[in-house]
Design a protein around this ligand. Structure first.
Ligand code: UTP
Length: 291
């Protein structure tokens, strides 16, 4: 079945980027001239996704405003021929896809956030695109995962090798190769100790799941310490049934949930930006010479 639906969980607290994320959701922090979440919606659309559910919570109404028309602004821009290209970009935000919203009323973890999408998804495979992970690629990463889902008919996680010292911040996977860039997943350990590391492959930002994942999330108990329902626990159940593959995707991933990730994203996207790329490169070279 064709994957046409995606969910973007964007209801986290963003504590690693406070105070910036106190009143501006981290998913709305900009990369040069667009908020992070717009890059994610554009990636989904480029991969053929037509319906997107964004999981929000209190204080994230600004995300809805961004993907809506802004009549006053558009009317003003329409009256100024020299700003036609800006008008085009502003109007494009509201015409990207069918975008829906639901609130996660309590911040109880990514698994709980995904479960909020159960009735939106129904009985179809769907993509989950983490709201603070922007991945830049010519070939949209979610599309790379969808192709693997279509080929093997089971869940797919997007993975990359991360430096060994960073694996304990993410998760570790036990995998065996199926073909170039695609692996079978046998085991997942979330936030492993250094001794528990099975490989340096970690799940980063994109997955495509069968609808059966919802039953598995429902059976997943909340972590007694944090009270959060971990999405990886449900994905591990899928792996144990032999129903989970991993795609080592092509793309550069920026973690907009941490300060260094935000700076890297802005710097690298700015260097390739048609409007400011050349000037920014000259500025950066001059600056680098002083370091
Ligand atoms: P994170 O774990 O990075 O989000 O979740 P966080 O809780 O905001 O992180 P801290 O506070 O800086 O450590 C990855 C994605 O899942 C969403 C987040 O918004 C982020 O886009 N999320 C997380 C939810 O939607 N609901 C949750 O309960 C937790």
């Amino acid at each position: 079945m064709k994957v046409t639906k995606a969910i973007i969980p964007a209801a986290g607290l963003g504590t690693r980027v406070l105070p910036a994320s106190k009143s501006v959701p981290k998913e709305m922090l900009n990369i040069v001239d667009k908020p992070a979440i717009q890059y994610i919606v554009e990636e989904a659309v480029a991969a053929g996704i037509t319906d997107i559910l964004i999981i929000t919570n209190r204080g994230k109404g600004v995300i809805e405003d961004h993907f809506d028309h802004s009549f006053e602004l558009e009317t003003k821009l329409k009256g100024n021929a020299s700003k036609a290209h800006i008008l085009e970009q502003v109007e494009a935000c509201s015409n990207l896809a069918n975008i829906y919203y639901i609130r996660q009323k309590e911040t109880k973890g990514l698994g709980h956030a995904v479960l909020c999408a159960k009735s939106f998804v129904g009985n179809e495979p769907f993509a989950v695109m983490y709201g603070d992970d922007v991945i830049v690629s010519e070939d949209p990463v979610v599309g790379q995962l969808i192709r693997a889902y279509d080929k093997y008919g089971c869940g797919v996680v997007g993975v990359k090798e991360v430096p060994r010292k960073d694996v304990p911040k993410y998760c570790t996977l036990d995998v065996t190769p199926l073909e170039d860039k695609i692996m079978k997943v046998h085991n997942i350990i979330e936030k492993p100790t250094p001794e528990q590391i099975m490989s340096c492959y970690s799940i980063l930002g994109r997955v495509v799941m069968p609808p059966e994942i919802f039953e598995l999330i429902e059976k997943t108990p909340a972590d007694p310490k944090s009270g959060e329902v971990y999405f990886t626990d449900a994905m591990l159940d899928l792996a144990r049934r032999g129903q989970l593959n991993a795609v080592d995707f092509n793309g550069i991933r920026y973690d907009m949930g941490n300060k260094l990730g935000i700076m890297q994203a802005n710097c690298e996207v700015a260097l390739n930006h048609p409007e400011i790329g050349e000037d920014f490169k000259a500025y950066l070279k001059k600056l680098a010479a002083t370091l």
